[in-house]
Design a binder for this molecule. Structure first.
Ligand code: PNS
Length: 165
């Protein structure tokens, strides 16, 4: 890669967790610019709309300088081409993530042959963490402060505890 190295951290981010921020922060040290991209996962019904997810991401990552947060309703491969991004960075928690991620990576490579997917292993402290687990704990009145960034805690809690999904 030459020139400005742009990578995309794609995901549902429904909502962003400490595990996501860890991956974004580490990716931001490897590239000139990271676009954190909120996308539609057709297999999931989101609890937060895309504007809410973008706002939470902004709150959770304001300390990372070389980030742009965006959302897109189309194909990730097309967005990457439009932005001149040559890499996707995704976190892998365990082998159980691998098959699904590998399938997506191969699909994206067919749709945009210029695009490489780089997998970053999740830090051990976040191996267990997922957005769906956060939603389940919050909706049952549990403490989610271990799982989400402090600046997003109230928004996520208020939203999910009130059952406004
Ligand atoms: O956080 P997730 O839900 O595992 O992220 C999956 C996501 C949103 C990155 C994936 O569903 C996606 O890329 N959606 C956009 C549509 C697309 O490009 N699909 C083809 C590649 S699988």
């Amino acid at each position: 890669m030459t020139g400005n190295k742009i990578a995309i951290c794609p995901g549902s981010f429904d909502p962003v967790t400490k595990g996501h921020v860890d991956i974004i922060q580490r990716a931001s040290k490897l590239f000139d610019k990271i676009i954190v991209l909120v996308l539609v996962n057709p297999n999931k019904k989101p609890s937060f709309n895309e504007h809410e997810r973008v706002d939470l991401l902004k709150k959770a990552t304001f300390h990372i300088p070389n980030l742009e947060i965006d959302f897109y309703h189309g194909l990730l491969a097309d967005y990457a081409r439009d932005k001149g991004a040559k890499a996707l960075v995704k976190g892998l928690r365990a082998m159980s993530d691998f098959e699904y991620e590998f399938q997506q990576s191969l699909t994206n490579k067919i749709l945009n042959p210029e695009l490489e997917t780089l997998f970053v292993n999740t830090s051990s402290e976040f191996m267990y963490l997922s957005s769906s687990m956060v939603k389940q704990v919050a909706s049952l009145g549990g403490d989610i402060s271990h799982f989400v960034v402090a600046s997003t805690l109230e928004d996520i809690q208020n939203r999910l505890c009130k059952g406004e999904e």
